[in-house]
Design a protein around this ligand. Sequence first.
Ligand SMILES: [Mg+2]
Length: 294
Amino acid sequence: MRRPHHLVRHQDPALLSFPTELAQAYVFDLDGTIYLGDQLLPGARRLVAELRRQGVPVRFLSNNPTRDPQQYLDKLRGLGVCVHPEEICSTVVTTTRWLREHHPGAKVFAIAEEPLKRALAQAGIVLTEDPEEIDIVVASYDRTFDYRKLQTAFDAIWFYQRAFLIQTNPDPYCPFPGGRGEPDCAAVTAAIEACTGHRCRVSLGKPSPLMVAEALRGLEVEVSQCVMVGDRLATDIQMALDAGMGSACVLTGEATASDIASLEPSRRPRWVLDRVDRLVPAGTWQRLGWSEDE
Ligand SMILES: [Mg+2]
């Protein structure tokens, strides 16, 4: 049996490095960074509160298309983290916006759970399950995915040669507490690619630059002066590196110290944190009287 990686993690203190000043803005991943499952991670609440007190903008980004921003808002507020609706962006938002901007009249087959389907319908996007009229198949993290949906996508793309395939996010699985997880959008995408021979054309989640643009929309900040904070190297950190943002990997989710040590130096995050509130410089910890007990 595969051992849950959080049990075999060793935190190499030599690998840790912390910023010495605050950035212009922060973009946070959620699961594994701010909370893990239903548990708030150490220091997350006071970090967000302190950034707000200092007037530093924050954004929260999730690749998970099974929840809309309101659900994240409710969850974060339930955990005592102060957030505003416009600060939350998920692949429900990027997928809806991309379809509206690039293919406004397209008929869409969404292999998706209710939050994404609801958002697409509310945005005026025509949803259909008739393969003869589908223009775009959207693969997503869909726990109701079945053979019928695969057949519909196959008919639209392969038989009618009409539709093309996009995906909400490229994650292979969604990590759960205790080292478990659930198959995510990459598995649904791969099933469609395998039978049709067509490749997915667009991915709307991290590490796509579309996600950076959405996160920083409306903020008057330099991308290079913003920091992306996350626990996944292939999505959070890769997106930051591609966009020229600062990057901080927190070891409270997926990535381990040994994962980072095995990367080529050019693909490593700028900072490696054992807890997310290390983003606040040590001098401020002292001034505020913070300890590692929180
Ligand atoms: Mg994460």
